[in-house]
Design a protein around this ligand. Structure first.
Ligand SMILES: [Zn+2]
Length: 98
């Protein structure tokens, strides 16, 4: 989809206030709001692209199936393996977390 379609979808799900938009990490399943990213000190380019766990002290390794803790991971959309399911103008991003 293109960026406008994606924004329309986000506004339909969460409203105009983007701080409340939620994204689901394709690796660990953790759902974070834009506000969560901001609070963790992540750059806006990371929202819906890399897991918020990258900016948290308590996190687990991405793709570590043995770690069953319900905490965010350090998955990076810019890493070697990109499993983000949504394509927005050619950029692979997280699906919305509903
Ligand atoms: Zn994650």
């Amino acid at each position: 989809m293109n960026k406008q379609q994606w924004i329309t979808q986000g506004e339909t799900l969460f409203g105009q206030d983007k701080m409340q938009w939620k994204f689901k990490c394709p690796c660990c399943g953790h759902i974070a709001t834009v506000q969560d990213y901001k609070k963790a000190g992540a750059p806006s380019s990371a929202v819906g692209f890399s897991c918020v766990g990258r900016w948290l002290e308590v996190r687990k390794e991405a793709f570590d199936d043995k770690d069953k803790r319900k905490i965010p991971c350090n998955y990076a959309g810019g890493g070697l393996i990109n499993i983000s399911p949504v394509d927005v103008d050619g950029r692979k991003v997280f699906e919305f977390g509903v």
